[in-house]
Design a protein around this ligand. Structure first.
Ligand code: PGA
Length: 246
């Protein structure tokens, strides 16, 4: 089935007021992009970015599963929505690794965010050691099974991002054959979980996507866009990736 591509940037812990000009430049180009575009920013910048680029999708990079409460340093879905965000990433490997987030946490976060009305990008991906051991596909499928929300009412609001940990920020990228093998396995699992809706869910690739490799990656079957870290920090690097998705 034809799915409209989504190119989402993940600024991680980057971005100050001076960088809002990059958000504006990306949002202007997104109007005629022919694909969906979004930027997931540090929580501190969300509201200012929404004001600077009205109507352009701005997201968070994580969300707490509870509405509110004694969770120092955390942000709820209601807070992201209140700041003007329309989406959030959950389960990024940097949070799974550094903050000890489990599949069960990620599932709870995805469910809470969808229920509150945020679109969700749920990340999964294998380590270098798992890939070397030849266990990438079963490992990532098990991670998907354990992280997926129980139901997805609107498949256009939920995406899965396959991000091999060893490819993030390293300049290393799996072969197009390996990306295709993983995305096809993920598609099968999404259909098994959600039936027809599983065919409409977008599966993004993430990990060292750049202007120079984006077109080749987007041409792979079942690659419905990208989650882009380093190359999303400025419009000069990000816009050619958006153009490659059209
Ligand atoms: P990268 O990061 O594009 O800098 O490799 C991707 C990500 O972590 O989402």
């Amino acid at each position: 089935m034809a799915r409209r591509k989504l190119v989402a940037g993940n600024w991680k812990m980057h971005g100050l007021a001076a960088d809002l000009a990059e958000v504006v430049a990306v949002s202007n180009a997104a109007r005629t992009a022919g694909c969906d575009v979004a930027l997931c920013l540090p929580a501190t910048l969300i509201e200012r970015a929404v004001r600077a680029a009205p109507g352009f999708p701005i997201g968070g990079q994580d969300v707490h599963q509870a509405d509110k409460g004694a969770h120092t340093g955390c942000v709820s879905a209601a807070m992201l929505l209140d700041a003007g965000a329309s989406l959030t990433i959950v389960g990024h490997s940097e949070r799974r690794e550094a903050q000890g987030e489990t599949d069960a946490n990620v599932k709870a976060k995805a469910e809470a965010a969808l229920l509150a009305g945020l679109d969700v990008i749920l990340c999964i991906g294998e380590s270098d050691a798992v890939r070397e051991a030849g266990a990438a596909v079963p490992t990532v499928l098990a991670q998907l099974d354990a992280s997926l929300p129980a139901s997805v009412a609107d498949p256009s609001r939920f995406s899965v991002a396959y991000e091999p940990i060893w490819a993030i920020g390293t300049g290393k990228v799996p072969s197009v054959g390996d990306i295709g093998e993983m995305h096809s396995a993920l598609r099968g699992r999404l259909k098994a979980a959600y039936g027809e809706a599983g065919d409409a869910i977008r599966i993004l690739y993430g990990g060292s996507v750049k202007a120079s490799n984006a077109a080749e990656i987007f041409a792979v079957e079942d690659v419905d866009g990208a989650l882009v870290g380093g190359a999303s920090l400025n419009a000069t690097d990000f816009l050619p990736i958006i153009q490659a998705a059209r």
